[in-house]
Design a binder for this molecule. Structure first.
Ligand code: PLP
Length: 709
């Protein structure tokens, strides 16, 4: 690619930076992030690493003056050249393997997208997965468009009060300060579309998130044309009760299709990422029956156009609505179906005529799709058992729900240290080749990267996390004013084996499992020769008091017990905290109650940093673990009874920690290096990074599910 910004005059460079800020491409290019950080390090830190907000802090004349610095200008030119080259690249996987999707794209619907900490419109793993999926679709040059919701107050900010009780804060997001652009019509006005909800014609506008080469449209009902209650519909991620929920889902499914039509986008396939989007099948049905097709023919065509991914075996993860609620929220919409309301309600029931059965979004999605999948091999199997009632004639093994194991978009989960480490080692753009196994196989060769280099790298990453934890620890006593931070050097030990755990505090994830036997965990932490320390983070759902009690307990342990200084709870787990933790920890702990962790993705973020997984044999890990690339807790099986399961899993966890993890980490040779541990790191990087990458995953979706057959 020829450099296009080599001689660009300064105003052109400034315009380029403004354009770059509004493309999330920067969120997976650390050199681009460093450029914006250099403009205002303080704004960068305090404004959630948000280039758009930074450029609002820096005045236009300041920006031009700063670019008079040849070093900064040279950096800007390089980054902008890389950006332009990325956008202009014609030799993509998508063009070669899925050219038909460039004409008629995949429309990917998801209720949340977790692109970056500056745009907090996701609640957890599902949003992370959607965003990483979109980023890889861009990298592959796939014909792809995303549809989601813009939540003006996003997901909550977690803070804890003096009793260590989680409190939720909401900070209104300002679209003009975010990496978003308004979607406008030919007259330069916001595009306005309508969805009938309850008694109203609810209007919505849309924001476009530019994700590299592709667009993700986010629907927003906060427009003056709506009554206040509908303006608030998209206020918070999964906010409110089931009434808000069904209304948000009507907006996403129906509104999403209407927006794509208004923009002249004609998808060849609709991918429902989780059941939240399943109302899109009804809108497609409505279009087709309005065009004159019979109900049966129309539904047959809808099914051919849709695919569905289910993401959890946890019951509460499957939205079910009673008839009264549907009647209230959707009666007006249901009138548009000549086949009648009963017929439509039947699409959301396993037994269509059973009026006692709640309307289930997962059932609607399964019935309305040509193909469906779970997100790991075990989850595929569990899903077939869960939904086999929909295929009464088929044996369970033949229920048409397959699987594609999740991945993560690795370049989005690195910091500057890791990015540069691999850049130096590969002498080129490793981030463009993440899913190439041959590329990573070289990491097993000490001639390519030495034990010494790997160990120094691990130390640097651990040090960074520890300094972050120390800086964030508020001063509790000594009358220090607000905003003062301790500089305690006692908190966490830079030489100690550091175990990380960060999750939503959902019960099945069992955050407290490692504390079940308090003496055992203190013995591990206080071993003077071979100490183990723990870094925890996670949010409880705002209405989940049990989850909040667990958080309270863990913070209490970190402040008032023998675990003080060996246990930290980092507040406000989000993408930024996740990125720091998966890089700085030596071991990533995962203790779900099998088989409820459909895949799990946080452990997949560890590989590129050389952090090893220690996990129950559930989700992705039971496919990934090969005996040499991390640690397994217990066998690939689960007892029937939950009490027994928790007891046995905790025992196995302590045993693996004491007998495998700690000895491997502390076994040092004459030069002080843990050779066995480093070998495991090599195995983990080489085997896990290319495989558990969304590049591999999106290719699989394309070949198995997106392309017409
Ligand atoms: C990766 C990630 C998740 C999902 O992690 P799981 O292992 O699937 O629980 C949730 N929240 C944040 C902020 C993440 O970065």
């Amino acid at each position: 690619m020829k450099p296009v910004n080599g001689h660009a005059p300064i105003p052109a460079l400034a315009a380029g930076l403004n354009r770059l800020a509004r493309n999330l491409w920067w969120s997976w290019h650390p050199p681009a992030q460093e450029l914006f950080k250099a403009l205002s390090p303080r704004a960068w830190e305090y404004l959630s690493h948000n280039p758009v907000a930074v450029l609002h802090e820096v005045t236009p004349s300041e920006l031009r003056a700063r670019l008079l610095d040849p070093v900064l200008a040279a950096k800007a030119r390089t980054v902008l050249d890389d950006f332009e080259a990325y956008l202009a690249d014609e030799q993509t996987w998508g063009r070669e393997h899925a050219p038909e999707l460039l004409e008629r794209p995949v429309a990917y619907f998801s209720a949340e997208f977790g692109f970056h900490e500056s745009l907090p419109i996701g609640a957890g793993g599902l949003g992370i997965l959607s965003a990483d999926h979109a980023k890889s679709a861009s990298d592959l040059g796939l014909g792809f468009v995303g549809v989601g919701l813009f939540y003006r107050e996003g997901y909550f900010i977690q803070s804890v009060d003096a009793q260590n009780w989680q409190t939720e804060l909401y900070a209104p997001l300002q679209p003009r300060d975010l990496p978003l652009e308004p979607v406008l019509n030919d007259r330069g006005e916001p595009v306005l579309e309508t969805v009938p909800i309850a008694a109203a014609q609810v209007k919505f506008r849309a924001w476009r998130a530019n994700v590299g080469r592709i667009a993700v449209y986010l629907l927003d009902t906060d427009v003056p044309e709506n009554e206040p209650i509908y303006r608030d519909l998209t206020r918070r991620v999964y906010g409110g009760d089931s009434t808000t929920r069904i209304m948000q889902e009507l907006l996403l499914g129906i509104g999403g299709v209407r927006l794509l039509r208004a923009l002249g986008i004609d998808p060849s396939v609709f991918h429902m990422n989780e059941g939240h989007a399943a109302f899109l099948t009804l809108e497609l049905l409505r279009e087709k029956t309005a065009a004159g097709l019979s109900f049966e023919l129309a539904w047959g065509e809808v099914r051919l156009a849709c695919v569905f991914t289910t993401h959890t075996p946890v019951e509460a993860g499957h939205d079910r609505f009673n008839e009264g609620l549907i009647e209230y929220a959707a009666s007006r919409y249901l009138k548009s179906f000549p086949a009648g309301r009963e017929k439509i309600l039947g699409l959301g029931r396993v037994r269509p005529n059973d009026e006692s059965e709640l309307f289930c979004m997962t059932v609607l999605a399964l019935k309305g799709s040509r193909a469906a999948n779970g997100v790991s091999e075990l989850h595929g199997r569990v899903s077939r058992a869960m939904w086999c009632g929909l295929w009464p004639d088929k044996p369970e093994a033949e229920v048409p729900i397959g699987y594609i194991t999740n991945g993560v978009h690795a370049p989005s989960w690195v910091n500057g240290t890791t990015y540069r480490f691999w850049l130096r080692k590969t002498n080129g753009d490793w981030a463009a080749r993440v899913e190439d196994p041959d590329f990573w196989a070289r990491v097993e060769d000490p001639g390519f990267v030495s034990d010494e280099e790997l160990w120094a790298f691990r130390y640097e990453l651990r040090r960074k996390l520890i300094e972050y934890c120390r800086k964030r620890q508020p001063v509790q006593s000594c009358g220090a004013g607000q905003g003062a931070f301790s500089v305690s050097g006692a908190l966490l030990n830079p030489d100690a084996l550091t175990v990380g755990f960060a999750r939503r505090f959902a019960t099945y994830k069992r955050a407290p499992l490692v504390f079940r036997n308090f003496e055992a965990v203190v013995a591990l932490a206080k071993d003077s020769e071979r100490p183990v320390q723990f870094v925890f983070a996670g949010k409880a759902h705002p209405r989940d008091d049990e989850g909040k009690k667990l958080i309270q307990k863990i913070i209490h342990l970190s402040e008032h017990t023998a675990l003080k200084d060996s246990l930290v709870f980092i507040e406000n787990y989000d993408i930024q905290v996740a990125r720091r933790m998966v890089s700085g920890c030596d071991v990533w702990l995962n203790t779900p109650r099998r088989p409820l962790e459909a895949s799990g993705t946080s452990g997949q973020k560890c590989g590129v940093h050389g952090c090893l997984n220690l996990s129950i044999m559930d989700g992705w890990w039971r496919e990934a673990y090969d005996g040499t690339n991390g640690f397994a807790i217990g066998p690939d099986a689960h007892p029937a009874n939950v009490e027994e399961q928790d007891r046995v899993d905790a025992e196995n966890l302590y045993r693996v920690l004491a007998e495998e993890v700690v000895p491997a980490f502390y076994e040092r040779d004459a030069s002080g290096l843990p050779r066995r541990w480093i070998k495991m790191i090599r195995r983990a990087v080489a085997g896990l990074v290319p495989c558990y990458h969304t590049g591999r995953m999106v290719k699989e979706y394309t070949e198995k599910y997106y392309l017409p057959r």
